[in-house]
Design a protein around this ligand. Structure first.
Ligand code: PEP
Ligand code: MG
Length: 573
């Protein structure tokens, strides 16, 4: 037996067989071919076209296909038979001696870049269609690796050297209880999604390969960050007891379900949920939470192999909203970019993706994707209480630009005579320091604000939230961050604009008394900690305001440490 200590990223206890998983990211193979080989490559090209055409025609025959999907598939068929594109690919094989995969990739890339450079929305949609078809064609010609997730089950403990947010939902589908991965940090999207889906995760185990061999039995405890290789009888007994304790904690939490979320001095603190997948919506009623404070819609994107159409999104949003009505469903528009890269959209590789085309900037650069989403939201808003929130807003102009497009979408729906509800609340995330510093103007224009501390910490302290090597600098309660949070709360209250905290800070019990003392009245948390946070809220009282209000946030970090971990400790322990 060997016990190893790493970092606990997501709570979750599991016992099973270790399985190393290597995820291959497919690259386009490129090599020069001889004149003799070009004939064979051309034959392969024809075969790819035939197979793709047949695939699409088969989909078109399916009964459950909607009108808008038919339209998209029809466009894709046209692209497959586009004579100009065909000629380019043929020449690239015969004259430039490219192998077929490279020739397809190059010709499509050229078309995509061309359409992307056009201002007109119709053309940017065309770029997306070309990207979709390229993917379909290459899928046929590139060797398909064995799906590394297919053999996993509830008895496996997969070990990764890297994993992406979209792959976490695959672990959930395979009923994996916990996994081990290198270099994941707590507020990375991989970490957030693992917690949302209740999959235990331990990161940063030193010399992992040395100590754990394929097929070893291991216990993983994502809460303490412990991994035990080949546990003895005593360790297994303890594991069984811990599982029982977890059940008891859950039952105890359930007793809080029907009790008001009030502080001791009867002030209501609203606790909503952060969700990443539509199926998590059921937790709102199960936990009796006040609604959804953050729906990270980009995971809809990342979990699919095609761009979600307006019809698909409308279905998802309207079902979710009607399930929890009249409670609010706060839909955050796609926050793509950063570590949430979609392979569905061709985008140049960025040196600093977190400072690049991310969040609302990405949406404004791909207006057709934004419009499709906004129209689906406005239509779904007929069925429930939907709020729209824009991510990564820099300042009030950024927000007004996004809102202007929302207005255009509502006008278009009106002109088309499509049922929709334009009378909905629109808010901004505060997750960039400039937004916090512009919170006065933003509070005037927005119906609500929501502070995303995960990014606010990253951008205020210039610490990559995904880089474990600089994790010690990622201090959520750093006085500089707290000053920005406080400025936002004060500015919001001057304008009577509600403000909530939806970053991970709100899901960490040690920070709740601090936040309530600073005047926060709304939190949005992960379902897994909902009862824990509610229990801390019920332990808070008016004295907190006195303690925190008079605190000097220009002070040094050790003083804030003392405030959080000593003075406020009685409220959360
Ligand atoms: C945040 O930045 O705090 C936030 C809630 O957004 P995300 O974690 O999805 O970037
Ligand atoms: Mg964010």
């Amino acid at each position: 037996m060997k016990t190893m200590k790493g970092t606990g990223i997501a709570k979750g206890l599991a016992f099973g067989k270790a399985k190393y998983i290597k995820i291959m990211r497919s690259e386009i193979p490129a090599h020069n071919i001889s004149k003799a080989e070009s004939k064979a490559e051309l034959a392969i090209f024809e075969d790819i076209l035939d197979k793709s055409r047949a695939e699409l025609q088969n989909y078109l025959k399916a009964e459950q296909i909607s009108e808008s999907e038919k339209e998209i598939l029809g466009t894709h068929l046209e692209i497959i038979d586009d004579p100009e594109l065909k000629e380019q690919i043929t020449l690239s094989i015969t004259k430039d001696s490219h192998n077929v995969a490279k020739a397809i990739d190059l010709a499509f890339e050229k078309a995509i870049i061309f359409f992307q450079s056009m201002e007109n929305e119709m053309f940017s949609q065309r770029a997306i269609d070309f990207a979709d078809v390229r993917k379909r064609l290459l899928h046929i010609v590139l060797p398909q690796e064995h799906d590394p997730f297919a053999d996993l089950n509830a008895e496996s403990i997969p070990i990764f050297s890297e994993i992406s947010p979209s792959e976490i939902s695959l672990l959930s589908k395979q009923h994996v209880g916990a996994y081990i991965c290198k270099g994941i940090s707590y507020t990375s999207h991989v970490g957030i999604l693992s917690r949302a889906l209740n999959i235990g995760c331990v990161s940063n185990i030193e010399e992992l390969e040395e100590y754990i061999k394929e097929g070893d039995y291991v216990i993983v405890d994502g809460e303490t960050g412990t991994v035990i290789r080949q546990p003895d009888d005593e360790a297994l007994e303890l594991f069984a007891q811990q599982l029982q304790i977890q059940d008891l904690i859950h039952q105890k939490g359930e007793r809080l379900r029907d009790i008001e979320s009030h502080t001791k001095d009867a002030r209501h603190i609203d606790i909503a949920l952060n969700i990443g997948l539509p199926l998590e919506i059921d937790q709102v009623q199960e936990l009796r939470s006040s609604g959804v404070g953050l729906f990270r819609t980009e995971f809809l994107f990342l979990a699919q192999d095609h761009l979600p159409s307006e019809a698909e999104q409308y279905k998802v949003y309207s079902e979710m909203a009607s399930k929890i009505a009249p409670k609010p469903l706060t839909i955050r528009t796609f926050d793509l970019g950063g570590d949430k890269i979609s392979h569905l959209i061709p985008a140049p590789k960025e040196e600093n993706p977190n400072l690049g085309n991310r969040g609302v900037r990405f949406s404004l650069a791909h207006p057709q994707i934004l419009r499709t989403q906004l129209k689906a939201i406005l239509r779904a808003a007929v069925h429930g209480n939907i709020r729209i929130m824009f991510p990564m807003i820099i300042d009030v102009d950024d927000f007004l630009e996004a809102k202007r497009i929302l207005g255009q979408c509502a006008d278009e729906l009106y002109e088309e005579g499509t049922a929709h509800n334009a009378d909905i609340q629109v808010g901004s995330m505060i997750e960039i320091p400039s937004a916090a510093l512009s919170s006065c103007a933003l509070a005037r224009e927005c119906d609500f604000l929501s502070i995303g501390t995960n990014d606010l910490v990253q951008y205020t302290l210039a610490v990559d939230r995904n880089n474990e090597a600089v994790n010690r600098y990622y201090i959520q309660h750093h006085p500089a961050v707290l000053k920005l949070i406080r400025a936002t709360i004060i500015n919001a209250s001057r304008h009577g604009t509600p403000v909530s905290i939806c970053g991970e800070m709100a899901s960490i019990k040690q920070y709740i008394p601090l936040l309530i003392g600073m005047g926060v009245k709304e939190l949005s948390v992960n379902a897994a900690v909902y009862y824990e946070i509610k229990s801390v809220v019920r332990n808070c009282d008016a004295k907190l305001h006195m303690i925190v209000k008079n605190f000097d946030f220009s002070t040094s970090l050790p003083k804030v440490d003392e405030l959080v971990y000593r003075t406020l400790k009685p409220y959360y322990s």
